[in-house]
Design a protein around this ligand. Structure first.
Ligand SMILES: NC(=O)c1ccc[n+]([C@@H]2O[C@H](COP(=O)([O-])OP(=O)(O)OC[C@H]3O[C@@H](n4cnc5c(N)ncnc54)[C@H](O)[C@@H]3O)[C@@H](O)[C@H]2O)c1
Length: 346
């Protein structure tokens, strides 16, 4: 299968690219290389004859048309997005442009390409989205695929809008789409502005480890390599027009996550005092969703997919990866906004 992956130089997209090439698929990685993208994320496969890179903006329709005509992919996996909630609070415009207009542009380009090719049966447009479109849960309950959308941040609202466009292009034009909504990812190549890499790198730097509010917001945590595996399962076997929730079956509060990271570092890179003493509670994110949880029954029952690692196993691998790959994260620490508190709404 030849797969066009948008956002393949980002955190999750690069995991998809690496998995797909390892599995013997041809991959075209289409990425604009924003602050969040890095070709070092795909260095493992970049010399493979199965791999090609195209630097392009998903909002640029003539470029997308040209890339589709040149490479003639069997399927499109659409991951390119602005993805950081805190940045969406400070600057929502880029989120509207990339996540909504960019998805619209990809859908129109895909529709023209699929139509001109005689509507091949195997074609899929796989849209990768988030559980944040469902809003915030109380202490109990889980998001199913039928949970009504209730996004509460500029990021999640822009992703919700893109999901609606993808469904509309299926219903109206018959475009063969599949959608996935997943929980918080973590693992190797996680850009150093999100909770887990921030906690690891602040701890190693001997700096305060920021925890928003009381640290009691709950997330389900999905190891990125498991997510990439789930996405390749869905694009291969998912039912057209259907969406699948993907979770890690691992709920934890932010404070539990940071505490576990500190304990792992105490073991692997002991300092003079326990790293947990560096934890520092800071003002909360405006509109911070309280809890997300995923009901993974559909993907498990229909496609037989389950995560392969527990949270403890995944965190251990992640902390070890950051310890072993200092060159990778040091190079990204100079990028705009990294290491600063963003999204205070002030
Ligand atoms: N990270 C998570 O926990 C998570 C959870 C659920 C869903 N998602 C979704 O998964 C997808 C990937 O997330 P991620 O964490 O890997 O994001 P990321 O920010 O690490 O990577 C995004 C990639 O998209 C590229 N990109 C951005 N704007 C572009 C444009 N206009 N044209 C072409 N490329 C562009 C960037 O250069 C980057 O390589 C996103 O759609 C996101 O909404 C992420």
């Amino acid at each position: 299968m030849k797969i066009l992956v948008t956002g393949g130089a980002g955190f999750i997209g690069s995991a998809v690219v690496r998995h797909a090439v390892r599995a013997g698929h041809a991959v075209v990685n289409l990425d604009k290389l924003t602050y969040a993208g890095s070709l070092s994320n795909v260095a493992e496969v970049s010399d493979s004859p199965l791999y090609t890179f195209e630097q392009a903006d998903i909002c640029n329709r003539p470029r997308i048309d040209m890339i589709l005509a040149r490479h003639r992919p069997d399927v499109i996996m659409h991951l390119a997005a602005e993805s950081h909630v805190d940045r969406s609070i400070d600057g929502p415009a880029a989120f509207i442009e990339t996540n909504i207009t960019g998805t619209y542009t990809m859908l129109e380009a895909a529709r023209a390409y699929w139509s001109d090719a005689g509507r091949p049966e195997g074609f899929r447009f796989h849209h990768i989205s988030t559980d944040e479109v469902f809003g915030s849960l109380g202490a109990t309950g889980q998001f199913t695929e039928d949970t009504p959308y209730d996004p509460r941040s500029p990021y999640s609202a822009s992703k919700a809008a893109s999901d609606h466009l993808v469904r509309a292009w299926h219903e109206t034009y018959g475009l063969p789409v599949v959608l996935t909504n997943c929980s918080n990812n973590y693992g190797p190549y996680h850009f150093p502005e999100k909770l887990i890499p921030v906690a690891i790198l602040k701890a190693l730097a001997g700096a305060p480890i920021p925890v928003y509010g009381a640290g009691d917001n709950v997330r389900d945590w999905l190891y990125v390599e498991d997510h990439a595996d789930a996405l390749l399962t869905v694009v291969g076997k998912g039912r057209i027009g259907r969406s699948y929730n993907i979770g890690g079956e691992n709920e934890a509060t932010n404070l539990q996550i940071v505490t576990k990271i500190c304990a792992l570092l105490d073991e692997k890179r002991p300092g003079n005092r326990p790293y947990a003493e560096q934890i520092s509670f800071v003002s909360d994110r405006p509109g911070h969703d309280k809890r997300y949880a995923i009901d993974p029954s559909r993907i498990r029952a229909e496609l037989g997919w389950r995560p392969s690692v527990t949270l403890d196993q995944g965190l251990e691998r992640t902390v070890q990866w950051f310890l072993d790959n200092e060159d990778w994260w040091r190079a990204l620490q100079t990028r705009d906004g990294v290491g600063r508190r963003l999204g205070t709404g002030g």
